[in-house]
Design a protein around this ligand. Sequence first.
Ligand SMILES: [Zn+2]
Ligand SMILES: [Zn+2]
Length: 205
Amino acid sequence: MFNLPNWAFEFHGHKCPFMPIGYRMGTLAMELLDVGKTQNHEMHVFSEMGIGHPQGCMQDGIMSATGATFGKGLIEKLYYGKVAATFYYPGKGAVRIFLKNSFADSLAPHEFFKYRKKGVEPSEIPDEVRMDIINMVLDADVDDLFEVTKLPDFTYTPVKGSFNKAKCEVCGEYVFERYLRVKDGKKVCIPCSEHNIAEVTIPKP
Ligand SMILES: [Zn+2]
Ligand SMILES: [Zn+2]
């Protein structure tokens, strides 16, 4: 059985099958690219998840396994609505990993989803039901879980980090340079650039 650390569930907040799927996906990516967990800013992940479908939990598993976190700016969403991600590591290439339809189909009839479709949140589902579906993920053979595509030509140039900042000339708050806009000859933040007090009109009775 795959050894998933308990702290990953604590970080995620509940026990569900998709966080472990993401954890296994990230672990496989590190094995395929022959790299360890990212300490600084090495790995970049392009998640194909979107919004409005529950499988998004897998992204917390990917971040936990790889260290390519949202906070470090190392994971982006492509909004394709697929349970897949591309993992890029400078000097090591990239791999795309997709959760096989056949594995998704094998999970679908599980009692866990009967609760979810009734609107029951994962933390409210009986523990034996949750553990049973999680064990299906942890016991699965990696070849039954994932389809892997090597992407030797994949290139990505991360945005260069900068500490440069300036004060918005309207609200006075610091803004990192990349996000400054010019409006009426003033350097302003994005919210101030969109706000136009002069446009407010009071309807006549
Ligand atoms: Zn979850
Ligand atoms: Zn401002």
